[in-house]
Design a protein around this ligand. Structure first.
Ligand SMILES: [Zn+2]
Length: 418
């Protein structure tokens, strides 16, 4: 469950066409004054006119363009792109990096999310698959803030996208002059700044479009009903963010994230999906999270870029982008790619994906669950801060729920009682 709703944006990276944009909770466009929340309905009559207006405006808000958020690890795609383009790193040099669980920046120790079991030696691809923070912090330092801000500009992240809808918000980045080493480090892995979902989708669309950035487009042409005059709105290419070579390298790494990394739950039968997961805190020390997944498909000739953003998820699936936003993207992409009749990726590149049904794991011990899942070819992911996990601990919650069909090799997120 997402207490504060969510949104999905789907864009064609070649044309900028917004194929879908939806916000939840939704409201009836034909009846825009009808309140969509039962909670509000009960107190509506007692509310002041001012409060009513505020509530209505909140309900009508298109969060995908009007609300900025902290993107978290999805942003590692931008850092990876800049670092590859600058020739600072390569995709597959084994042991190029080494995660010891943290990195020291100007006397401040910044932890990897998996500080309790560091990732160890990694290539850039592995670091992206693991979503390892210290690697991207290190790359940010090597790129340097001047160059880093140049890439923010090249990806269009310092200005509005120009989408023809009212109320588009801009990103909020710290003024470049005020960025010190610690600030640069946090930006490099997606924290301490805010962007809108439409800005991020547009930026990643450039990666999916051989490095070329295209403005979002809502209308292809309009016909005047009286005069019959036709106005066309051509595709608006607005410059290059990165080279085609870098774009292809990043896409290839994104496919590893979905095939074998944190984005496994976004896989779609018949296609190779590329992606990146994100989990960030909604504000400072709020305890509220934003879980997201950015996807590109089919990877050999991208037709769609999708961003799923879920605000303040509080359900049993936890709050990790890979656990709850990636499966949403996978389900949506399954329908969308079929609807678009997108060309399947070359057969030999696709592993034969087999579906299995998720079993009941609650009340079982970790050992029992592991045995059960091993037979089915599903992986177990324990979502817990407990450092010493032992096999006798009992599972209290699971995601997806029993009965849901998943592709073999998927991960089931579980929580345990201490
Ligand atoms: Zn790490």
């Amino acid at each position: 469950m997402c207490t504060d709703g969510g949104n999905i944006v789907i864009m064609n990276p070649k044309t900028g066409d917004i194929l879908a944009m939806t916000t939840y909770p939704e409201y009836d466009l034909n009846n825009p004054y009808e309140i969509n929340s039962d909670e509000l309905k009960t107190v509506w009559e007692t509310m002041s006119q001012k409060d009513k207006t505020t509530s209505l405006q909140k309900m009508w808000r298109n969060k995908a363009i009007a609300d900025s958020y902290e993107p978290g690890s999805v942003f590692k795609l931008i850092t990876a792109s800049a670092a590859l383009e600058e020739g600072i790193t390569t995709t597959d040099k084994e042991g190029e990096f080494c995660c010891v669980g943290y990195i020291e920046v100007a006397g401040v120790r910044i932890k990897c999310w998996r500080y309790y079991r560091p990732h160890g030696p990694e290539s850039l691809r592995k670091a992206l698959m693991n979503s390892c923070n210290p690697v991207f912090i290190g790359l940010g330092q090597k790129i340097g803030k001047e160059k880093y801000y140049e890439y923010l500009k090249k990806f269009g992240l310092l200005e509005k996208t120009g989408i023809t809808l009212p109320g588009e918000a801009n990103s909020i980045f710290l003024d470049e002059k005020k960025v010190g080493p610690v600030e640069l480090a946090t930006i490099a892995f997606g924290q301490r700044f805010k962007i809108t979902p439409i800005q991020l989708v547009t930026a990643v669309s450039a990666i999916a479009n051989k490095g070329r950035k295209v403005e979002p487009r809502l209308v292809k042409k309009s016909i005047n009903p009286v005069t019959g005059e036709i106005t066309e709105y051509p595709v608006k290419e607005v410059g290059r963010a990165i080279s085609e070579k870098t774009a292809n390298e990043v896409l290839d790494m994104m496919s590893s994230v979905v095939n074998e990394g944190t984005g496994k739950n976004a896989r779609v039968k018949g296609y190779i999906v590329g992606g990146k997961t994100g989990t960030s805190e909604d504000g400072v020390n709020t305890g509220k999270y934003v879980a997201s997944f950015m996807g590109v498909a089919p990877i050999s000739d991208p037709q769609v870029v999708i961003l799923v953003t879920l605000y303040n998820p509080t359900g049993e699936g936890g709050h990790q982008g890979g656990g709850i936003a990636a499966p949403v993207a996978g389900q949506v992409l399954t329908d969308v790619l079929e609807y678009l009749e997108a060309n399947k990726d070359k057969k030999e590149e696709i592993e034969i994906l087999e579906e299995v049904e998720v079993p009941e794991l609650r009340e079982k011990t970790i050992k029992e669950a592991k045995n059960l899942l091993k037979e089915l070819g599903i992986e177990l992911n324990i979502n817990s801060d407990v450092q010493e996990i032992n096999n006798d601990m009992i599972i209290t919650e699971q995601m997806p729920k029993p009965g849901v069909k998943v592709i073999k090799g998927s991960k089931i997120e579980v929580r345990i009682s201490e």
